[in-house]
Design a protein around this ligand. Structure first.
Ligand SMILES: Nc1ncnc2c1ncn2[C@@H]1O[C@H](COP(=O)(O)OP(=O)(O)O)[C@@H](O)[C@H]1O
Ligand SMILES: [Mg+2]
Length: 255
C-alpha cells in the first residue's frame, strides 16, 4: 500500500533581509483538505513564510514538497502552475474594471487572438463569471460596475472567486481575509471560506482574529521569530492557549 503523503511539506525555510532573519527554520505540514490558520504577532514571519511558498520572495534555503515531491518555487508563476494560489490582503484587483474582468484578469477567453490584436469573448466571460459567483454563493447585484465601488467583503469575494474560477486549487492561501471588514461582511466571507472548505479546498489562512480562526480552521500553526513553534488541533485548545503560544513565555509555550 502506498504511504499517504501530506499535501504540502515545508522544511526549514530560512530568509534574511540584510541583518534581519525573517525566517529561521520555518517548517509546516499541511494535509489535503485541511484548513490551517497561521497566527503570530507582528513581525513573526507569517507574510514572509507565505511569500516564499508563493514564489513572491523565495526563501534562501529550505525545501518544499508538494504531494511528496520536491518542488522549486522561484516565481509566482511556478506556484500557480503547481496549483498554489494566494489571495493577498491588499487585494490586487483592477479597480477600474468590472467584476467579470477581475475574475478573469489576464486570462479572458478570446473569440479571436492574433497576439497583437484580440477580441474577448464577452458572452463566455459574463456566463462563466456568473457561474463562479453562483457556485460560491457570492451575491453581487451588479457585476458590471467597477470593483472600486464594491464593499470590502465583495472585493474579497471577487478575489477569492478569481483564484478558484477554474476549480479547486491544490492550496489556497488567504492573507487576512477578514481584516478591515464590517460585521456582516465578515460573516459572508467566513461563509464563503466554509463553503470552500466543504468542497474540499485545502487552505492556509493568515489571521489575527482568533474568533475567526476557531470558526473555520482545523488546525492552528503559531509563528514566532521566524519559526512555526507549535501546531495544534483547534479541537484540542482554547483561545487562551493559543494567545499564550503567540505572546507568552517561549520556554513554557513550546511543547
Ligand atoms: N522586504 C523586507 N525587507 C526587510 N525586512 C523585512 C522585509 N519583509 C519582512 N521583513 C522583516 O521580516 C520580519 C518578518 O516580517 P513579516 O513576515 O512581515 O511578519 P508578519 O507577517 O508575521 O507580521 C520582520 O522583522 C520584518 O520587519
Ligand atoms: Mg504580515
Amino acid at each position: 500500500m502506498q504511504e499517504k503523503r501530506p499535501l504540502l511539506e515545508v522544511r526549514n525555510l530560512e530568509k534574511r533581509f540584510g541583518g534581519v532573519r525573517a525566517l529561521q527554520g520555518a517548517s509546516l505540514i499541511i494535509e489535503a483538505g485541511e484548513t490551517i490558520a497561521l497566527v503570530g504577532d507582528n513581525g513573526a514571519g507569517k507574510s514572509t513564510f507565505v511569500k516564499s511558498i508563493a514564489g513572491v520572495q523565495p526563501a534562501d534555503t529550505g525545501e518544499i514538497l508538494l504531494n511528496g515531491k520536491p518542488v522549486s518555487i522561484r516565481t509566482p508563476k511556478d506556484a500557480g502552475a503547481l496549483g498554489i494560489e494566494v489571495v493577498y490582503q491588499d487585494l490586487a484587483l483592477a479597480n477600474s474594471l468590472d467584476v467579470a474582468a477581475n475574475v478573469f484578469l489576464g486570462d479572458e477567453p478570446r473569440l479571436l487572438n492574433l497576439g497583437w490584436f484580440s477580441i474577448p469573448d464577452t458572452k463566455k466571460i459574463a456566463r462563466e463569471t456568473a457561474e463562479t459567483l453562483k457556485r460560491l454563493r457570492i451575491n453581487i447585484p451588479d457585476p458590471n460596475r467597477p470593483v472600486a465601488n464594491l464593499s470590502g467583503g465583495q472585493r474579497q469575494a471577487v478575489a477569492i472567486g478569481r483564484s478558484v474560477r477554474k476549480g479547486l486549487r491544490e492550496l489556497l492561501i488567504l492573507d487576512e481575509p477578514t481584516a478591515a471588514l464590517g460585521v456582516e461582511e465578515v460573516r459572508k466571507v467566513l461563509a464563503l471560506i466554509e463553503s470552500l472548505k466543504e468542497s474540499g479546498q485545502s487552505m492556509l489562512i493568515i489571521s489575527h482574529d482568533l474568533e475567526h480562526v476557531f470558526r473555520v480552521a482545523d488546525r492552528v500553526a503559531v509563528m514566532r521569530q521566524g519559526r512555526v513553534i507549535a501546531t495544534r488541533r483547534i479541537a484540542d485548545v482554547t483561545k487562551t492557549d493559543v494567545v499564550r503560544l503567540i505572546v507568552g513565555d517561549l520556554e513554557g509555550a513550546v511543547a
